[in-house]
Design a protein around this ligand. Structure first.
Ligand code: NAG
Ligand code: NAG
Length: 319
């Protein structure tokens, strides 16, 4: 009996010691507060795998310019409070399907300048992800990554797909409905099969960065249709260069795509309304709070004023 207890204590001590030794070997990051968030600056520290010894309540983690090769299933498990994660400029070739599971606070993820050829579908389901950088991953197949995902449910507003093809044109991904997407960067990428339906579900797009984008279209007239569609919706972009023999093209958009666009608009408005209502509730809460404090102060003031005359009378009596 006593022996088992002794052995258990002994084993625990050994395990603790091993962890401590590993953490001693891990490069050190600078911890500070940035905009009220706990941040770890691990920029260019020669990390070769995802750190396991940083305080687990870190919210901003900058791991750019390291030598991380892959993300395993449990690598990020201890960091459930992450809001911003920078993994750009590493050598990541592989990310486990579930590596980002449970990161419900994550709003920004930078995976640019790596060697990925697939993004785990779960990324597109992160409930607060607004910014996703995937640029400069040669031959990353976004279309494929999206196919195995249901539909995108994260509220993406800013997506970077620049320089993701290397000689072979990439399939232009069908995002379905992305009602909050504001900015899409496809500069320097070579695409094939682009068609108006790809833009129908991007009903809030304001900026399409397409410098040096080369593309083939599903049908040659699609080039003219897309240029007109984007111009009519006041998107800032560089018009695609269309063939010179396209005088006969119709510019009408199919009924199906118009419906997709209307559907997208409805979802977007619903989202904006929810945000407005939430903001309204917060303001109402603040006003109610101020009102309660004022009422309380008023009663305290009244009470002290009622006591004072009494004291004066008592003083008079004493005199
Ligand atoms: C788009 O991506 C390219 C290449 O990564 C970059 O140089 C450019 O600044 C980006 N544009 C915007 C507006 O983010
Ligand atoms: C586009 O290509 C030209 C010529 O190769 C280059 O000078 C320019 O910097 C490129 N622009 C972007 C945004 O990559």
């Amino acid at each position: 009996m006593d022996k088992t207890i002794l052995w258990t204590v002994f084993l625990v001590l050994i395990i603790q010691n091993v962890i401590a030794q590993n953490c001693k070997r891990e490069p050190k990051c600078q911890i500070s507060r940035v905009h009220g968030m706990k941040s770890a600056d691990c920029f260019n520290k020669n990390f070769r795998s995802f750190p396991q010894c940083i305080t687990s309540d870190v919210q901003v983690l900058d791991l750019s310019q390291n030598r991380i090769r892959k993300l395993d299933k449990n690598d990020l498990k201890r960091y459930q409070y992450l809001k911003l994660l920078y993994l750009n400029d590493n050598v990541i070739v592989q990310i486990h399907e579930d590596a980002f599971e449970g990161l419900n606070d994550l709003t920004s993820l930078d995976l640019s300048l790596n060697a990925l050829n697939k993004v785990p579908p779960l990324v597109f389901q992160l409930p607060n992800l607004k910014t996703l950088y995937l640029g400069h991953n040669m031959n990353i197949n976004i279309a494929d990554s999206l196919e195995s995902s249901k539909s995108i449910s994260s509220p993406l507003a800013n997506l970077d797909l620049s320089f993701i093809s290397d000689g072979i044109p990439a399939v232009f991904p069908d995002f379905g409905n992305l009602p909050l997407l504001f900015q899409l960067n496809i500069s320097g990428t070579e695409f094939e099969n682009m068609s108006p339906s790809h833009f129908a579900g991007l009903c809030n797009l304001k900026y399409l960065h397409n410098e040096n984008t080369t593309t083939e279209f599903f049908e040659s007239c699609d080039c003219i249709k897309i240029n007109k569609w984007l111009k009519d919706r006041k998107v800032e972009f560089k018009p695609f260069v269309c063939g010179s023999n396209l005088f006969e093209c119709e510019t009408d958009i199919s009924e199906e795509d118009l419906q997709k666009y209307d559907q997208c608009k409805i979802v977007a408005e619903k989202y904006v309304r929810t945000i407005k209502i939430n903001r309204g509730l917060i303001y109402a809460g603040i006003v109610a709070g101020i009102f309660v404090v004022c009422v309380a102060l008023y009663f305290i003031y009244k009470k002290t004023n009622r006591i004072k005359p009494k004291k004066a009378k008592e003083n008079n009596l004493l005199l």
